[in-house]
Design a protein around this ligand. Structure first.
Ligand code: LLP
Length: 414
């Protein structure tokens, strides 16, 4: 459940009128709901309440420091994939001791930064990275807490671009190599083996792939124990899907209960890295219709938001619900909702039944995750303003980019 609901024919973000916010701040704009973010985070945390655990929100889903700060205040940990994300967490008041560092290509500088800040764990993705991390830690006189990301080779059944747990993907260490690399990690002086982790993909709507992965990972943990390598935590990654259309993904409580049951009596702390499940339905993207246009038998609603603002439809053919901010009575027609960018792939939705006129506002739902964080300046379009509503108050949490910022740092030749 989220807090973007109609009152009569008008869409509200919590107790704020979306149309008023759009008029005041201009379009395109992102609006996030604090109550929804908190509700989703608590849904995860409560789902595993009794069992030792840490919820590490995946920063890549939405990295605005106001979003991170709202979650940090709840006691959230964070899953990061770069020094930039780590810096955001610190800026937002997050606790580095609750940070896990994922990603296949950590640089020496990023390792140094994370070691100096004292993060919870490095999720190491290859033997080469393991050796590098050991060297950096020894040089700094530190011991790096490590988990190895194992690729369990399960089919997550999701879009190929966001499926990560198959052998052919670049992520993680192959299961066959896991024990040898754990043994190596165990003997390196700059490392302390803490955990294992996996992440099999994103927007999973079935529980089975998670359980298949878990079975394989638990078998590995048991084999490691026989070799005297004690694993203290199991990081199950993120990936729980959300409802964009009519998908019915398991709710966090059902998902966590299934994982806990599989865990049996093992004394393992569980780490979760949800991104989308916390942020997606906590945000909308609001855009204004500039023109209506008909080409032969096709109708287009040309809007001021585009693929540079919200790339999921273009990049993954992702379907996100598009709704009017103020509903009109009368007949609807089928429209392609398209942006001003000079690409055929620039659309927010195709064949949508809408009753709109130029000047109307449309809201693209479920845009709180992988929306703004994937935005670009393509076509020299300044990035959108971001707001967060909290009850009847709305706060600008990132100003609309100014035109002069577009060439900030650029130089012309003397
Ligand atoms: N942990 C790791 C190691 C990850 O790679 C990811 C996402 C997550 C956690 C969070 O996954 P989530 O709970 O959000 O599914 N841009 C794509 C999604 C890419 C996900 C990448 N990794 C999209 O818009 O659908």
């Amino acid at each position: 459940m989220d807090h973007f609901l109609y009152q009569a024919d008008e869409l509200y973000a919590e107790q704020c009128q979306v149309a008023e916010l759009a008029k005041l701040h201009g379009t395109p704009l992102y609006i996030y709901s604090r109550a929804t973010l908190e509700r989703h985070w608590h849904a995860f945390d409560n789902a595993v309440s009794e069992h030792p655990h840490l919820i590490c929100y995946a920063v890549k889903a939405n990295s605005n420091i106001a979003v991170l700060n709202v979650l940090a205040r709840l006691g959230s940990g964070f899953d990061i994939v770069s020094g930039g994300e780590l810096s955001r967490v610190i800026e937002a008041g997050g606790d580095p001791a609750k940070v896990v560092f994922s990603g296949v290509g950590k640089t020496v500088a990023e390792m140094e930064m994370a070691l100096n800040l004292g993060i919870y764990c490095f999720n190491v993705e290859s033997a080469a990275e393991l050796e590098q991390l050991n060297l950096v830690a020894v040089r700094l006189g530190k011991v790096a807490p490590v988990s190895l990301r194992i690729n369990p080779d399960v089919d997550a059944g999701t879009h190929p671009y966001i499926s990560t747990g198959l052998k052919e993907n670049k992520f993680g260490i192959a299961m066959e190599e896991a024990e040898a690399i754990f043994a190596r990690a165990n003997e390196l002086p700059g490392l302390a083996v803490k955990g294992v982790d996996c992440h099999i993909g994103s927007q999973l709507t079935e529980i089975k792939p998670f359980l298949d992965a878990m079975d394989r990972m638990l078998a590995l943990i048991d084999r490691l124990a026989e070799q005297g390598i004690e694993i203290k935590h199991f990081d199950v990654g993120g990936g729980l899907g959300v409802t964009y259309d009519d998908e019915l993904p398991p709710q966090p409580d059902v998902y966590a209960a299934a994982l806990l049951e599989r865990l049996g009596g093992r004394d393992l702390k569980l780490i979760f890295e949800p991104g989308r499940a916390i942020a997606a339905n906590a945000g909308i993207f609001v855009t204004q219709v500039l023109y209506l246009k008909e080409n032969s038998d096709k109708r287009f609603a040309l809007v001021d938001g585009a693929m540079n603002d919200l790339i999921r439809p273009s990049l993954y053919s992702a379907w996100q619900k598009i709704i009017p901010v103020i509903e009109r009575a009368g007949d609807s027609h089928s429209y392609d909702v398209v942006g001003p960018v000079c690409e055929t792939g620039d659309f927010l939705g195709k064949d949508r039944q809408l009753n709109v006129l130029a000047g109307d506002y449309l809201a693209v739902r479920s845009s709180g995750a992988y929306g703004f964080t994937m935005a670009s300046n393509y076509n020299s379009r300044p990035r959108a303003v971001e707001l967060m509503v909290d009850g009847d108050k709305a706060y600008v949490i990132r100003e609309r980019e100014k035109i002069a910022q577009l060439w900030q740092g650029e130089q012309i030749l003397p």
